[in-house]
Design a protein around this ligand. Sequence first.
Ligand SMILES: Cc1ncc(C[n+]2csc(CCOP(=O)(O)OP(=O)(O)O)c2C)c(N)n1
Ligand code: SF4
Length: 351
Amino acid sequence: MTSIAKPKIVHAGLRRNGLGLTIRDYEGGMSTLCAGCGHDSITAAIVQAFFELDVPPHRVAKMSGIGCSSKTPAYFLGASHGFNAVHGRMPSIATGACAANRELYLIGVSGDGDSLSIGLGQFAHAVRRNLDMLYVIENNGVYGLTKGQFSASADVGSKAKRGEENRQPPIDPVQMAMALGGTFVARGFSGDKEQLVPLIKAGLQHRGFALLDVLSPCVTFNDHEDSTKSYAYTRAYRRAVVHADFIPSRQPITAEYAEGEVLSVELHDGSRVLLRKVSKDYNPNNRGAAIDYIRARHRAGEIVTGLLYMAEGDPDLHGVNKTVATPLNELPFDMLCPGRDALAALQSRFR
Ligand SMILES: Cc1ncc(C[n+]2csc(CCOP(=O)(O)OP(=O)(O)O)c2C)c(N)n1
Ligand code: SF4
């Protein structure tokens, strides 16, 4: 992946977080994406979220597949671990990393092509297994990196650069993740950092699989009036159903939204997500009702954003598989390799 070193100038007055780090410590290389690409705005929101959560960069593993979106982990958290997997295969690499070390913050960045076409099977099983990670789909309805072919989330009737129309119905990752039993399902828009940053923070703190589908206009191949992934369409037809705010556990919980329309959900580490209702017929804790609502608004041409569904307490991959709590790289050798006699005893069961 292309990455140009970014000059690092730290202004003396720059705010420092609880670790004494500035936001510059959470940046990566210089972006090589097109000017105005929605993916760069998402990068900025990710940088902001990790900075505000006081996460030590060396405790983060960034995963991606192939695409303009999958290049973006090079542009944030330059001091973190990273793996740029084969096209569509990021979830299996992330599963291995997650199983080996549960102390890492795992963030996957993918595209609609990477996740919903070639990687659809892998994506589905990561949701089903409730893998403990934040999975961001930078959804532009097009294959940006390979110059504008329709992706699986392209709208019927959407026109490609040369004029041909898409005839295949799109896949909505949000509805799919809900149907697969996803425990945290959210949608954002790259042009709304104020909504995006708390969604990223809450997704990172959620124990289990957190899907964040972000509409991210491709200004080069899919930013025209036929596209519901264009900047203008998303701005005009976006409907935020819940206003999400994230309160880290170290801060006192304020009654910022104490007006009766606030749902305060405690996450496993004691931090909270405050959900303030802005649409009175929306219930983010009822899977069936949430799906019905999203479908109804979709039929009306609207894009519902916010924290759309959340369930706390379902066992994640570690809970179901009873994985060891200590990261594998910290286990003593005789635990990792119990020796010839233990292997012989195990094999005797299969004779
Ligand atoms: C196995 C394989 N098939 C096809 C490709 C070609 N390819 C590279 S990126 C890409 C699509 C990327 O689209 P998307 O995931 O939507 O990301 P975007 O570039 O739009 O951000 C394709 C088809 C590839 N690299 N590997
Ligand atoms: S081609 Fe599209 S997705 Fe790729 S960098 Fe350019 S604007 Fe972004």
